[in-house]
Design a protein around this ligand. Structure first.
Ligand SMILES: Nc1ncnc2c1ncn2[C@@H]1O[C@H](COP(=O)(O)OP(=O)(O)OP(=O)(O)O)[C@@H](O)[C@H]1O
Length: 207
């Protein structure tokens, strides 16, 4: 369960969240909100990548900022930059080594590389990828270490039909907690048991 306790965050004079206290026991959550309302920022805070100005975030009672939590959480967000000089192959291998989850096959045979149609780009440098292929790589890196908490920022945006369909299957079968920030409230094909949250200047509300 993801929990925010008295979380406030501001950039300069702009306050995005003020004393946000929220528990999310649901396994599927969609977060909507206007451009600039703070969805990505909230995901970065939930991933332990961005320390909040005040307050704490925990997943299953452990602070998400603890280094031991890195393996428990996966995030795909455009603001999480990947090193441009790596090839896709190098990036996958680097992540696998870092998280000790090297698959038992060549990357060309790796399930998500195939499912997302990334095989032709294994030798392409990350900085030369198209936006859609960059997003595919970012999603694979979020999924590869089988995290218990998966945070996805606009995961379906700009993806081709093959990848959208593979991603929908992933959403269906994923065993952990999945939190998606999206402008598409219907991002889950099956909408039952999905908690819908909306973020605006007054905070996070159920809708
Ligand atoms: N590092 C930063 N420094 C200063 N301001 C920032 C920083 N990151 C985000 N912001 C500002 O915080 C606000 C929220 O940004 P955020 O990216 O979280 O919004 P969002 O809801 O994800 O938007 P979108 O739907 O457009 O992706 C924006 O006004 C943005 O300009």
């Amino acid at each position: 369960m993801l929990s925010f306790t008295q979380v406030s965050h501001h950039f300069g004079t702009r306050t995005l969240f003020r004393e946000l206290t929220l528990s999310l026991p649901e396994s599927r959550v969609v977060l909507t909100g206007a451009n600039g309302s703070g969805k990505t920022t909230l995901l970065l805070i939930a991933a332990g990548i961005l320390p909040p100005s005040q307050g704490a975030v925990s997943f299953n009672q452990q602070n998400v900022a603890d280094i031991a939590m890195r393996r428990t959480i996966g995030i795909s967000a455009s603001k999480v930059n990947l090193p441009g000089f790596f090839t896709v192959n190098d990036m996958l291998a680097f992540h696998a080594r870092q998280f000790n989850c090297e698959p038992d096959c060549h990357w060309a045979d790796y399930h998500w590389v195939n499912a997302f149609g990334l095989t032709p780009f294994l030798n392409t440098r990350v900085e030369d990828l198209s936006l859609g292929n960059y997003k595919k790589l970012s999603l694979i890196l979020a999924l590869m270490h089988s995290p218990e908490l998966l945070l996805l920022d606009e995961p379906t945006n700009g993806l081709d039909d093959q990848t959208r369909s593979a991603l929908e299957d992933c959403f269906e079968s994923y065993a952990g907690q999945l939190i998606i920030a999206s402008h598409e409230p219907q991002v889950f094909a099956c909408n039952s048991h999905v908690r819908h949250l909306h973020l605006d200047a007054s905070g996070v509300h159920d809708r």
